[in-house]
Design a protein around this ligand. Structure first.
Ligand SMILES: C[S@@+](CC[C@H](N)C(=O)[O-])C[C@H]1O[C@@H](n2cnc3c(N)ncnc32)[C@H](O)[C@@H]1O
Ligand code: SF4
Length: 360
């Protein structure tokens, strides 16, 4: 693929597909279906999530400065094969798209490539990686299994912004691994390679140069989002040097926070141990909504009291802001366990509904 046009960066645009890519982003097309687009409230909620997000593992080979993994204290582990197969039997029946993400590096799972092949036998798959471990074997698996979309995560726009924030990551290795994958893929239609970065205060010129250079390496699309250093809850960082580094990056943050809780009607997030959480933002299983080891997704999605309470609160417009979430967590902590209280009341008070009264 040669670059034929000069990309113009626009702050309101997140994705820059290569103008000449012959490949299709199947996940993007899946998002265009009317049912998905309409699923923004309880009335239009499907009876099974459109997207099931899996964490293969929460072990990681990097220590990224912006990642909530730094303050994650839940046990480390790897998704079990029997559990994956059981979940896939159910997801296959419903045609859910599978997204592999979570708080770790998914290619560190010893069975990662077998799991990719298993998921691809029946379902669409979007797979996220930091790219450090894409060797010949992994690249061949992505191509032969027709992996729909491979997201490779970058940071900032150049070597300096990448290596100062993706601590332990190698810029040269990342580019070499992308080149390797592009070479092995040849003219094959899959995987669609989405290079994703998030930025702080980089200039449009820097961003444009980054996108052009990514195209020259053969990626099909570049995503440019904003880095959110508030996800690393400041009160949970105690080491002074680490705190200073995070504060410096946070002072360059340009993210505008727009509340969006549509994930409650579209997505379900499953950790490596089968525990289902309300969203990707709950890095520590503060609010488990179910457990795939003992329940089905259909049961959790439609009958979890916690998820039900979250949806009611979303409808009332009180789910926004780190502060509210922290207060809710404190309430839960003081109560000893969320399960000791009527769940809805816990959330009701925690999110300070005030005097508003609504029909639920
Ligand atoms: C948590 S990582 C897990 C997968 C893999 N380890 C990786 O880095 O791609 C998934 C994605 O979340 C993004 N992410 C994590 N913390 C973020 C933050 N504070 N702000 C913006 N994006 C973040 C990462 O850049 C990455 O693209
Ligand atoms: S962003 Fe990904 S690679 Fe970086 S620490 Fe978090 S999970 Fe690991």
């Amino acid at each position: 693929m040669n670059t034929t046009t000069t990309v113009r960066y626009r702050p309101d645009q997140n994705n820059y597909p290569h103008p000449d890519t012959p490949r299709r982003n199947n996940m993007f097309h899946y998002y265009q279906q009317p049912g998905y687009r309409q699923a923004v409230d309880e009335e239009h909620r499907p009876d099974f999530p459109f997207v099931c997000t899996l964490e293969f593992t929460n072990h990681c080979n990097l220590k990224c400065a912006f990642c909530a993994r730094q303050v994650m204290s839940r046990p480390l582990g790897c998704l079990d094969e029997d559990l994956l197969c059981r979940m896939m039997d159910e997801f296959a029946e419903h045609g859910a798209f599978v997204k592999v993400n979570g708080y770790g590096e998914n290619l560190l799972h010893p069975q990662a490539l077998d799991f990719i092949r298993r998921i691809k036998r029946t379902n669409g798959l979007y797979f996220t990686t930091n790219g450090m471990l894409i060797d010949d074997q992994a690249a061949a698996c992505f191509v032969e299994s027709d992996l729909d979309v491979l997201q490779v995560s970058f940071q900032g726009v150049d070597r300096e912004s990448y290596e100062s924030q993706r601590i332990g990551g190698s810029y040269d290795r990342l580019l070499a691994n992308i080149d390797r994958l592009v070479g092995i893929r040849g003219d094959h239609p899959y995987p669609f390679i989405h290079l994703s970065t998030t930025i702080l205060d980089e200039t449009p010129e820097q961003i444009e140069a980054f996108i052009e250079s990514a195209f020259e390496h053969g990626v099909d699309c570049v995503g440019v989002g904003r880095t959110d250093y508030d996800r690393v809850i400041a009160e949970m960082i105690t080491e002074p040097k680490q705190k200073r580094r995070i504060d410096e990056f946070r002072s360059r943050q340009t993210l505008e926070k727009v509340p969006d809780h549509t994930y409650l009607y579209r997505y379900s997030d499953i950790n490596w141990n089968g525990v289902v959480v309300t969203s990707f933002f709950d890095f520590n299983e503060f609010m488990p909504v179910g457990d795939m080891k003992t329940q089905t997704m259909r049961e959790i999605w439609n009958h979890s009291p916690v998820l039900g309470a979250m949806r009611v609160l979303e409808r009332r417009g009180v789910l926004s802001g780190v502060q509210e979430v922290l207060e809710a967590l404190e309430t839960l902590r003081q109560a000893g366990s969320a399960h000791n209280l009527p769940v809805f009341d816990t959330f009701y008070h925690a999110w300070k509904l005030g005097e508003k009264s609504y029909n639920t």
